[in-house]
Design a protein around this ligand. Structure first.
Ligand SMILES: [Zn+2]
Length: 286
């Protein structure tokens, strides 16, 4: 896939007024290993790729939010629920819940976990976050309830409150519809679809002005952005509900890659500029 310089985003960026004390942290929970030949077109059979399973914490005065949940304490069981060809060797680090607890974080600050989509490697960690609501849109909820790739989601979401949001906002940076989570433009959820029925891109604008796009699995690795490498043909057939929509979303993400930091969910290095949780989480001063 080739993108010409004229396709890069040159328009203004949408207005955002993130509060001065908003912050963002990464919570890497582990990795799993995939052969590059399955991960990106042009990948070699011998080359192996580590796939990140990382949650991101948004700390916001109106309440905090996790984007995806990473691996949970029962990830081994979750992997056993997958079809044989989808199972992969993995390394479990500390779950998001363990990292929050270790930092002395008060979990009642969490408004919920906003999932980019419901595949196992994004929701496994919900098993360790009881009483934390899951923010999800209707299309993804239906996919999670019906699709064979929703098995782990159905297991880990049992007993959790599901908060359904709707895309009541306008087109956002080329994506057709949006939801403004805090109402201040700092966290915008945009419908991407394609990978699953209700896959989203989460756009974050920090008080420093730095912007991020968490694009979920529109592409798994940075190659998808830097050289427009799509998933190999077979994996597009297996992994995506609509490969054409994924391609359009990927194209939009590439176009934005000069004005914001694009983070493909499974690229370990893409998270580098986001700090880890501090060892003592700063308590809110009201
Ligand atoms: Zn994934």
């Amino acid at each position: 896939m080739v993108i010409s310089p004229s396709s890069y985003w040159t328009g203004p960026l949408p207005e955002a007024t993130p509060p001065a004390d908003m912050a963002m942290y990464r919570l890497p929970t582990g990795t799993y290993t995939t052969r590059a030949v399955f991960a990106v077109t042009g990948g070699s059979v011998r080359d192996k790729r580590d796939f990140a399973a990382t949650a991101v914490l948004i700390s916001h005065p109106k309440g905090d939010l996790l984007i995806d949940a990473g691996f949970g304490a029962h990830v081994a069981e979750h992997i056993k629920m997958l079809a044989r060809m989808e199972r992969a060797p993995y390394q479990l680090g500390r779950t998001a819940a363990q990292q929050l607890d270790a930092a002395g974080y008060d979990r009642s600050r969490l408004l919920g976990v906003l999932v980019t989509h419901v595949h196992w490697d994004h929701v496994s960690g919900l098993d360790s976050l009881p009483r934390v609501p899951v923010w999800i849109n209707e299309a993804e909820l239906r996919y999670g309830a019906d699709d064979s790739h929703g098995t782990v989601f159905r297991a880990v979401s049992q007993g959790l409150e599901l908060r359904e949001y709707t895309f009541d906002g306008p087109e956002y940076l080329g994506f057709p519809a949006s939801f403004d989570f805090y109402g201040d433009g700092s966290v915008i959820v945009a419908l991407a679809a394609g990978h699953t029925s209700g896959s989203v891109v989460v756009f974050v604008t920090l008080p420093t002005g730095k912007r991020y796009a968490f694009i979920g699995d529109l592409t798994w690795q940075m190659d998808g952005i830097s050289r427009g490498a799509q998933r190999p043909w077979l994996m597009r057939r297996v992994a995506d509900v609509d490969a054409k929509t994924v391609r359009a979303g990927l194209q939009r993400s590439i176009a934005l890659s000069r004005v914001l930091q694009v983070v493909p969910a499974h690229d370990v290095a893409a998270y580098d500029s986001i700090p880890l949780l501090p060892s003592r989480f700063p308590s809110v001063t009201l």
